[in-house]
Design a protein around this ligand. Structure first.
Ligand code: CO
Ligand code: CO
Length: 321
């Protein structure tokens, strides 16, 4: 929808809206640029404190995907004042504050409105060296593709809303979504990579397609190497699938070449809309081992080599068993 944004021409805009990149980057001087992003979501689980943790990790994620360091954040709040107790809002904000503190940044203000449907997120401002910006449009042929969280969070949060999962699955999903992409980002910055994006609403293949289209390359992904939360399979077989995931799947037809062995359930999971998913990193092959070693040291939820960048000026993704 942001494709409708009128263009601005300013040489200090280092990353703008054209390449569907994760955050905006604006140059201050030769050694420093500001990175800024805004993101907010509706509740994905019942517990308000967990919602705050997840929304904040999700909002910080675009800063980490660019390889930047968060400086400070502002709250964005929509809350049905009068129909829900304010103590719930207090728990959401406490979760957000704890997560931003873990990121090493303060929350120093914000804005709230009365809203029939609760919403929470953050504007995050970060700093970056203009020579070390990780964009999503700079992957090169031969790069390996590494993913740092397992897939299935959209399908699982939909199942949570329909009371179709156990408490332990909820706890596991909350822990995954609340995990900052900080460690993944630090590993990537330390080792060096060609391109990065976080995996959120467009799913793994949607965000990978932004990367391949922007970089004018193709990609090959092996389903067997993609980390998938085990509970996801039964849920999707039982017809649980968010609308956003189905829309991703439909909009990617033509962009993805499916091996005939890849059945529909797997196709949906690879397109599953994630809340606060991991980083997808395009790393030159001679640095893959070093990157994966660093990711293990940072204990990222997954350390998975899922495929590679190949030649294809049309940006297509081949999915193999
Ligand atoms: Co993003
Ligand atoms: Co985002």
């Amino acid at each position: 929808m942001l494709g409708r944004l009128p263009q601005f021409n300013d040489p200090r805009i280092l990353v703008g809206a054209e390449t569907s990149d994760d955050a905006a980057v604006y140059q201050l001087d030769s050694g420093q640029a500001i990175v800024q992003t805004v993101d907010y979501i509706t509740p994905v689980v019942d517990d308000p404190y967990s919602c705050g943790l997840i929304a904040a990790a999700n909002s910080l994620s675009d800063i980490y995907a660019m390889g930047a360091t968060p400086l400070f954040a502002l709250n964005i709040v929509g809350f049905p004042v009068g129909s829900l107790p304010l103590s719930i809002l207090g728990e959401i904000l406490r979760g957000g504050a704890d997560k931003v503190r873990e990121a090493g940044a303060p929350i120093i203000g914000g804005h709230s409105i009365d809203d029939p449907e609760p919403k929470y997120g953050l504007v995050v401002t970060g700093l970056i060296d203009p020579a070390k910006i990780f964009k999503n449009s700079t992957a090169l042929i031969g790069d390996d593709l590494v993913l740092t969280k397992p897939l299935g969070l959209g399908i699982i949060t939909t199942a949570i809303k329909r009371s179709k999962v156990t408490e332990s699955t909820i706890d596991m999903a909350v822990a995954l979504m609340a995990t900052l992409n900080k460690g993944a980002s630090e590993a990537m910055v330390a080792v060096g990579a060609h391109a990065c994006t976080d995996v959120t609403g467009f799913g793994l293949l949607g965000h990978l397609h932004e990367m391949t289209a922007g970089s004018k390359v193709g990609a090959r992904v092996s389903l067997s190497k993609v980390p998938i939360i085990p509970e996801t399979w039964d849920l999707v077989r039982n017809g649980i699938c968010p609308g956003g995931t189905k829309r991703n799947f439909e909009s990617l037809q033509g962009a993805v070449v499916w091996d005939p062995e890849i059945h529909t359930e797997a196709q949906l999971i690879l397109c599953d809309a994630q809340t606060s998913g991991g980083l997808l990193i395009a790393v030159p092959k001679d640095r893959t081992t070093a990157l994966m070693q660093r990711l293990r040291e940072h204990k990222t939820p997954a350390v998975a080599l899922i495929g590679e960048i190949i030649e294809d000026p049309n940006g297509r993704i081949r999915v193999e068993p």
